[in-house]
Structures are given as C-alpha cells and as structure tokens.
Design a protein around this ligand. Structure first.
Ligand SMILES: [Zn+2]
Length: 218
C-alpha cells in the first residue's frame, strides 16, 4: 500500500472526526502520535488499525462488559446505554450486539421503548431517533431535544447514574409484575444488572472497568 499525501491527509481527517467527541486528555495524545508519524509509519498504523478493527471497537468492548457503560436496557440483539458525551439529558444509544450488520429491527423497537420512557420521565420537546454506524458498529441514536442544547458535553458519573436509576426504576416495576425476585437486599448489584424482558430469569452483569481503549479507524 502506497498512500499519497492527499490520501494520508484524508485518512487523518477521518480519524480526527471519529474521535471528535472524545475528551481532550484521551484525544490529544492520539493526535500528537499521529502527527509525529512519517508516511511510512502512518501506513503501518493504518494497516494495524484495519487488522485490529473489530477487536478494538468501543461498542464491542461495551457489549462484552470490558468498558464501563451505563446500561438502561438489553435484549438478545441490543444493549441500550447512556451516551457519556450527551447533547442533552437522556441521550442514549442502542448498540447492536453484532458488529458488522446494520441495526436489526429490534433496535428500533427498543428505541421506541426508550423514547416512551424519556417522554414520561424527562418531557423533552421532541426526540430524534436515527440509525448510524460509529466506528463501523451499528448504533441507533436517541436524542431528546429540550430546546436549550448547545454542544455535547461529558456527563459526570453522578449525572449518568441518576438517569440510569430512572430507567432501572421502570424495570424494577416490570420485574415485580413478572414476580422475579432477585438480590433484593443488594441494591448495588441490582443497579448494575439489567434483566432481559424476554427472558426474565437471565441476569447479566455490567462490569465496572475504567474507560480505556486504543484509537480505531472506521
Ligand atoms: Zn463493534
């Protein structure tokens, strides 16, 4: 592979666009590293990124529980999580469990459920739902609009925990209805677990590991 200067610039631009919403302390070292590479090193970097593509996908890592996320729903094909750099309160993502395919129909069914919860709990003016691919991973983005949105901002753990709690509250009610009683005396564990509505007995744990990953190219 021989890249022209023009191709290199274009690839760099793509990479920077992909990491645009990352916090500066994570983004800047990557930008510095890329800028310090000569053409040959950059090509090597691109090759490496492409071969590691799926293994490094942030959403695959979230699905595997390797990266901390604020899960608000789950079914066989999707995980719903809170956006950590939200535009607005309740900004959520439906992350497909399959990296390569486009978002399955069930992603949109789950998005509708999240939309209903957002409308009830936070009363936004409107809610935007659209399917996209982030770093090659199919995602449905749910953005509540309240009218005072400016730009995406990193949410604090506390903010995200509170919003997650609102969603889990609803889940607890459903669980009671299904008379599934588990770990009632352990609230922390309960908050970290999401139950699949279709299979209420199955329980999945969200591992709380620090957010850390290598950059990837879409
Ligand atoms: Zn992925």
């Amino acid at each position: 592979m021989v890249l022209s200067q023009e191709q290199i610039e274009k690839l760099k631009e793509q990479i920077y666009k992909q990491i645009e919403s990352w916090p500066d302390e994570k983004k800047q070292p990557i930008i510095d590293e890329i800028e310090s590479m000569d053409a040959e090193q950059f090509e090597e970097f691109i090759k490496q990124q492409n071969s590691e593509k799926q293994g490094n996908c942030i959403f695959c890592s979230i699905n595997e529980g390797k990266i901390k996320s604020y899960k608000i729903d789950e079914d066989k094909e999707n995980n719903a999580i809170l956006e950590i750099n939200p535009l607005s309160k309740g900004h959520s993502l439906i992350v497909s469990k399959n990296h390569d395919e486009k978002s399955p129909e069930s992603s949109f069914i789950m998005a509708k459920k999240i939309e209903a919860t957002l409308n009830t709990k936070f009363e936004p003016k409107e809610i935007k739902i659209f399917a996209t691919k982030i770093m090659g991973h199919p995602v449905v983005e749910i953005t509540p609009i309240y009218g005072d949105e400016k730009e995406r901002k990193k949410a604090s753990d506390k903010e995200l925990e509170e919003i997650q709690k609102e969603f889990l509250k609803k889940d607890e009610k459903i669980e009671e209805k299904n008379s599934v009683k588990q770990s009632k005396d352990n609230q922390d564990e309960k908050a970290a677990n999401i139950k699949e509505k279709e299979e209420p007995k199955e329980e999945k744990k969200v591992e709380q590991k620090p957010y850390k990953m290598k950059p990837r190219i879409p």
